[in-house]
Design a protein around this ligand. Structure first.
Ligand code: 6PG
Length: 320
């Protein structure tokens, strides 16, 4: 990390830390106009080494449509390299567009560690971090400095290492009740739509993020949308909450499916043998079943899904 970048990152972290007890969602002025873009150096791009890419007939689950890609990696290093390239590429594309912002949504779990290469060369220097607007698909209702906080996880693992303006990191307000925090986050999103920071899907009318990054639990949950919980059917609100999450902590806020499925891109990071059953169910082409797992309900209306997996996670797929 260069000295200049280190100083900028340190400033971002300090500012973010100062915000811990203040209202979470501050609305920055919309950013438009000229863009000083630094192209990603193709010569220094990380090597992409998927074992196979599944988007073709003949693979277990021919229902995997062309808008869904499955990448399978031999090693976590290769997955992380590919995820960084994917994210940086979408950032470059979004910031070159008229809106001039990259709206990216994080969640918790191993995803954050998998994003670590974004804070390393070439991405640290090449990505236009000033255009990033960072959100959470779900958050545990705990203080931001609590070990269970998804904000803290992302701040420690990525956000403190890159120079994103602190007022473009939209953390949940941790001073509110779970109901209040969900309402507050929804209000935040609506204001950012009015400001032109977040786009709106012309297909669904819901916010259209440039990229939503998700993990998946062994039970097939994504964000804080758990199997069998009624909020998986929420179709009006942007942000809702649970008070009885089967995975602790019990109180969480979460994006709803209409928001997730309005995203331009969804990156799903799913590794390990413990996920094999849910991966098989999701990719085996039986999406008509009445007992859909949340991960099977990812059906972007006008977007693409890319699965970043490893061999153990896809070990139950028969035709890889
Ligand atoms: O809020 C949570 O409980 C976690 O964020 C959770 O939703 C996580 O994203 C998945 O369980 C995948 O986690 P791993 O990738 O670490 O397995």
């Amino acid at each position: 990390m260069s000295t200049a970048t280190a100083a900028a990152a340190s400033t971002s972290l300090s500012s973010a830390a100062r915000r811990r007890s203040s209202p979470a969602c501050r609305i920055p002025a919309p950013r438009r106009g000229s863009l000083l873009r630094r192209p990603l150096a193709s010569s220094s791009r990380p090597l992409l080494r998927p074992v196979s890419a599944m988007a073709s007939p003949g693979v277990d689950g021919e229902a995997v449509a062309s808008r869904k890609k499955l990448l399978i990696f031999d090693a976590e290093e290769a997955l992380a390299a590919s995820l960084a390239e994917y994210t940086a590429g979408l950032s470059e594309k979004a910031t070159a567009a008229e809106r001039g912002a990259f709206t990216v949504v994080l969640s918790g779990g191993s995803l954050i560690k998998a994003l670590r290469k974004l804070a390393e060369p070439p991405y640290l220097e090449a990505v236009d971090w000033s255009r990033w607007h960072v959100f959470w698909a779900d958050e545990r209702v705990v203080p931001k400095d609590h070990t269970d906080s998804n904000y803290k996880l992302a701040m420690d693992g990525l956000l403190s290492k890159v120079p994103i303006p602190a007022n473009q990191v939209y953390a949940m307000n941790d001073t509110l009740s779970v109901e209040g925090a969900a309402d507050d986050y929804e209000t935040c999103l609506k204001q950012l739509i009015k400001d032109g920071v977040i786009a709106v899907s012309p297909v669904t009318g819901f916010p259209k993020f440039d990229l939503i990054l998700l993990g998946m639990g062994p039970d097939g949950h994504i964000a804080s949308l758990f199997p069998g919980h009624p909020i998986v059917h929420e179709n009006q609100k942007l942000v809702t909450y649970v008070k009885d999450s089967p995975k602790p902590p019990p109180e969480r806020i979460t994006f709803t499916f209409p928001v997730i499925n309005s995203s331009a891109h969804i990156g799903l990071v799913v590794t390990g043998a413990g996920k094999a059953g849910a991966v098989h169910k999701a990719l085996s082409g039986d999406q008509k079943s009445l007992d859909l797992l949340p991960v099977e309900m990812i059906e972007p209306q006008d977007g693409e899904v890319t699965w970043f997996t490893d061999k153990p996670a896809v070990s139950m797929l028969s035709k890889i």
